[in-house]
Design a binder for this molecule. Structure first.
Ligand code: NAD
Length: 503
C-alpha cells in the first residue's frame, strides 16, 4: 500500500515571477465534480502581500511613462496570446469552479471584452480643453493614474472579474495587485503570466493568493491608492469602510436578489426559456442570476409555475466537462451545505417546494457538490429565502396581484443589482425601466449585464461607491483628474488681490 500523493500547491505571482507561498498557511482547492481536494493554495500573510505592493510601487512610474498607445499594445498582444489558450483556460476554470465548459468560455469571453475596451485607452484618457477660457488663458484637464490599485475578486467569475478590475487599471498606467478568490486561483495566475509574456513589465501586475490577512493588508497599506472589490455584501461593506478609513478610493460590489417580472402579456415560453438559464445557469452562482420570478396575476403565475416545474425538472445536472450538462456542481461543501440550509428554511417558513433537487445524485460522481434545480412557489417577502441571497440553483416565485405591487418588490428589496421585465407592452417596459430601483434593467432580457463599453454596477446594498465597473466609469475610477490653467500671452505684470473670474 502506498501513501496517497499530496496535492500540488499553488503560490503567487509577484514581480513577474511565480513565488512559492511562505506563510505556511494553505486553503483547499476542490474539484467540485468529485469532491476531492485537487490542490492547496498558499494564503499570503502580511509580509508576502507587502512584497507584492512594493513590487507594484516600484514598477508603476516606469509603466505610467509609457505612452498610452504603447500600453494598449500590451493589452492587444495579451488578447492574441489568449486566443490559442481559450480551451485550456476554460478547462482549468471549469475544473476548479464547476461551471460547464461552455459557461467557462463565456466567463473568459466577458473578461476579454473588457480588455478590448481598455485597449482603447489612448482615446479614453483624452482630457478636456478650453482655449481662451480668459484673455490669453487656456484650461485643460489630464487624467493621471492613481499609483498602486488592488483588486479583490470572488470565486464565481475567476476570469471575468479579475480582467474587469485589472485591464482598465493597468491601461490607465497603474500597477495592480490582484487578490483572487482562494477557491479557484489558477486562472488569474495564468492571466498574469500571459500579460508578462505580452510585454507587461514585471511588477505591474501581481497576484497574491490568500484570504482575510492578504485583504486586510491591502486595505491598510498606505501605498495602495484604490481598492476594487467584488464579492458578498458583508465583506463589500467591510472593505468599503476600511478603505475609506485609510483614505483610499473604493468601489465594492456585493450580493444580489435579482427579480424577473412576468406580465400577463409576456411571451411565456420566451420568459420560461430565459428564466431557466438565468435562474439555474452556473448552478445559480451568478450575481446576475434571477433568483425571484414575479408573475403578475393568478393565471400568469399558474401557467408559469406549471411550465417551470416541467422544464426545470428536465434540466441535466452533471460533470462540468459533460457537454450535455445544463449546469454543474456548486463550488464547495460549505456552499452546498449553505444552500441546503436555505431550502430547509424555505420549507419551514411555509413556502411550497414544488421542485426539490436535494435527492440528485450524479452517477460516478456521488461525492461531487451537486444539487438539482429547486423551485419554491408562494414565497412571501418576509421569508429568509426571499430576503437573503441563496447563491444556488433555487428559484423563488413571488406572486403579485398587479403591476404596481410587482414593481415594488425589487424596488423595496435591500439589494439592487439586476432586474428584468418580460412584456409585450412598450409603455409598461418604459415605465418599469424608469421607476425600478436597481442598477441594471433588462427588458425581455433576463441577464442584463451591459456590454463592456457601458457601465456595470448595482444599487443599494449591491454596490458601495460612486463608480461602476467597465465602461467610462472604469477610466474615472482608475485615474485622478488634474486641471491646468495656463497663460502664455505677454502683458503688463500686475498684482491682483481679487479672486480671478471670467467676467
Ligand atoms: P466572498 O465575499 O466570500 O469573497 C470575495 C473575496 O473576498 C474573496 O477574494 C475572499 O477571499 C475575500 N474575503 C472573504 N471573506 C473575507 C473577509 N472576512 N475579510 C476579507 N476578505 C474576505 O464572495 P464569494 O463567495 O467569493 O463570491 C460570491 C459573492 O459575490 C455573491 O454574494 C455574489 O453575489 C457576489 N458577486 C457580486 C458581483 C457584483 O458585481 N455585484 C459579481 C460577482 C459576484
Amino acid at each position: 500500500m502506498g501513501t496517497a500523493p499530496s496535492p500540488r500547491t499553488i503560490g503567487h505571482f509577484i514581480d513577474g515571477k511565480p513565488v512559492t507561498g511562505s506563510s505556511g498557511d494553505f486553503g483547499k482547492v476542490y474539484d467540485p465534480n468529485t469532491g476531492e481536494v485537487q490542490a492547496l493554495v498558499a494564503l499570503a500573510d502580511q509580509a508576502e502581500t507587502e512584497a507584492a505592493v512594493a513590487s507594484a510601487l516600484a514598477a508603476q512610474p516606469g509603466w505610467a511613462a509609457w505612452n498610452p498607445q504603447r500600453r494598449a499594445r500590451v493589452l492587444l498582444k495579451f488578447l492574441q496570446l489568449v486566443e490559442p489558450e481559450r480551451d485550456e483556460l476554460a478547462r482549468l476554470l471549469s475544473s476548479e469552479h464547476g461551471k460547464t465548459l461552455a459557461d467557462a468560455h463565456g466567463d473568459i469571453q466577458r473578461g476579454l471584452e473588457v480588455v478590448e475596451f481598455a485597449a482603447g485607452v489612448p482615446h479614453l484618457l483624452k482630457g478636456e480643453f478650453t482655449g481662451s477660457a480668459g484673455t490669453g488663458i487656456d484650461t485643460h484637464s489630464l487624467r493621471q493614474p492613481l499609483g498602486v490599485v488592488a483588486g479583490i475578486s470572488p470565486f464565481n467569475f475567476p476570469a471575468m472579474v479579475p480582467l474587469w478590475q485589472l485591464a482598465p487599471s493597468i491601461a490607465c498606467g497603474n500597477a495592480f495587485v490582484l487578490k483572487p478568490s482562494e477557491r479557484d486561483p489558477s486562472v488569474p495566475l495564468r492571466i498574469a503570466e500571459l500579460f508578462l509574456e505580452a510585454g507587461l513589465p514585471p511588477g505591474v501586475l501581481n497576484v497574491v493568493n490568500g484570504a482575510h490577512a492578504a485583504v486586510n493588508t491591502l486595505l491598510t497599506d498606505p501605498r495602495v491608492a484604490a481598492v476594487g472589490f467584488v464579492g458578498s455584501t458583508p465583506v463589500a461593506e467591510h472593505v468599503y469602510r476600511t478603505a475609506a478609513e485609510t483614505g483610499k478610493r473604493a468601489q465594492c460590489f456585493g450580493g444580489a436578489k435579482n427579480h424577473m417580472v412576468i406580465m400577463p402579456d409576456a411571451d411565456l415560453d420566451l420568459a420560461v426559456d430565459a428564466l431557466l438559464g438565468a435562474g439555474y445557469g452556473s448552478a445559480g452562482e451568478r450575481c446576475m442570476a434571477i433568483s425571484v420570478a414575479v408573475p403578475v396575476g393568478k393565471a400568469t403565475a399558474d401557467a408559469l409555475v406549471a411550465k417551470l416545474v416541467e422544464r426545470a425538472g428536465a434540466l441535466k445536472v452533471g460533470h462540468s466537462f459533460d457537454e450535455n450538462a445544463d449546469f454543474g456542481p456548486l463550488i464547495g461543501p460549505d456552499a452546498l451545505e449553505r444552500v441546503r440550509g436555505y431550502i430547509e428554511a424555505g420549507v419551514a417558513e411555509g413556502a411550497d417546494l414544488v421542485l426539490d433537487g436535494r435527492g440528485l445524485s450524479v452517477p460516478g460522481h456521488e461525492n461531487g457538490f451537486f444539487l438539482g434545480p429547486c423551485l419554491f412557489d408562494n414565497v412571501k417577502p418576509q421569508m429568509r429565502i426571499y430576503r437573503e441571497e441563496i447563491f444556488g440553483p433555487v428559484l423563488s416565485v413571488v406572486r403579485a396581484d398587479d403591476y404596481e405591487s410587482a414593481l415594488r418588490l425589487p424596488s423595496e428589496h435591500e439589494f439592487g443589482n439586476g432586474v428584468a421585465i418580460f412584456t409585450r407592452s412598450g409603455d409598461v417596459a418604459r415605465d418599469f425601466a424608469d421607476r425600478v430601483q436597481a442598477g441594471m434593467v433588462g427588458v425581455n432580457v433576463a441577464i442584463p449585464v451591459p456590454v463592456s463599453y457601458h457601465v456595470f454596477g448595482g444599487w443599494k446594498r449591491s454596490g458601495f461607491g460612486d463608480l461602476g465597473q467597465h465602461g467610462p466609469d472604469s477610466i474615472r475610477f482608475n485615474t485622478k483628474t488634474k486641471t491646468v490653467t495656463s497663460r502664455w500671452s505677454e502683458g503688463p505684470a500686475a498684482s491682483s488681490f481679487v479672486i480671478p473670474t471670467m467676467q
